[in-house]
Write a protein that binds this ligand. Sequence first.
Ligand SMILES: Cc1ncc(C[n+]2csc(CCOP(=O)(O)OP(=O)(O)O)c2C)c(N)n1
Ligand code: SF4
Ligand SMILES: [Mg+2]
Length: 306
Amino acid sequence: MSKERIKIAPEMFDIMPVEYQDLVERATYGKEDRGWKDIGTSKELIEEHSLCAGCPESMAFRYILAALPAPEDTVMVGSTGCTSLVFHHVGVHNIHSLFGNQNAVASGLKRALSVRFPGRTKDVVVLAGDGATVDIGLDMTLQAWFRQEKFTTICFDNELYANTGGQESGLMQKGFVAKMAPMGKTFEKVRLPEIARESGCHYVVNCTVSKPNLVEKVIKNAIHVAREIGPTYLQLYTPCILEIGKNSMEGLQEMRDSEKPTERFAYKEYVSDHAKELLTELAAKAKERKEAAKKQLAAKAVAQAG
Ligand SMILES: Cc1ncc(C[n+]2csc(CCOP(=O)(O)OP(=O)(O)O)c2C)c(N)n1
Ligand code: SF4
Ligand SMILES: [Mg+2]
């Protein structure tokens, strides 16, 4: 399907930038079960980034882009913050919204796309920091959920305003002292996943980005549920290694430590009944596809042997 839309007129091919030729020829557009394992072997939808070296947000970005079910039919909505530095390098349609407005912009966009392309799948995915999602944009975040807007909100939770030097955010943990918040946080981390569930989200996950297969699974689930049923929310821990003074391997360990059962990023998931039905159906279809592919491979091997 998608390769038909992402192509270059033959007479123009040689004058297109080599990057674009490569994208059209080797990206995973149209591959039904695309995922993080395609990273490194197919053309990736992100090559460079301008985040700090080793920032967990950069690997989270790769996993998310690799897991989008239909990248050519996806529009991502970003907001000001470290994440917004990456969108220029991403091979997916995207919009930069005014800081905090991302869920309002995504609401209008999703509705406009369904009018402009009736009957066609168009996914909208918001990707913003914790400052944008829970502090300055909280009104827009919640109102989109109350209205049951059919898109996914992903929060890269690094527990502070990283891009402006380390101010306190509502998702910062109690007692944390940041570079621009020397008094220490005086109240508990806001429980946004719980608020998301109570505000009408049908699929909510709180986790770190230490495991690519897990990130892939929750991204796919969230997008499919948003497409068919209603709003979904993912809160992904992407520690700011600059603020906490760690290198990339230590950043990975920081995530592993924070996902232990009693810690603040222990895996938490909420799935509404309606969403459960849909996900069970999709899992059955994916299993069928896998079995069919296995049979095809076996038949090919027999034919080659004969
Ligand atoms: C309307 C508006 N208000 C404030 C700012 C300043 N500002 C830029 S980035 C930022 C913090 C971003 O924090 P967060 O959303 O957590 O993203 P992070 O940088 O941590 O990834 C702020 C307050 C702005 N650019 N626009
Ligand atoms: S400031 Fe922190 S969150 Fe931003 S790019 Fe650097 S390490 Fe990542
Ligand atoms: Mg932040």
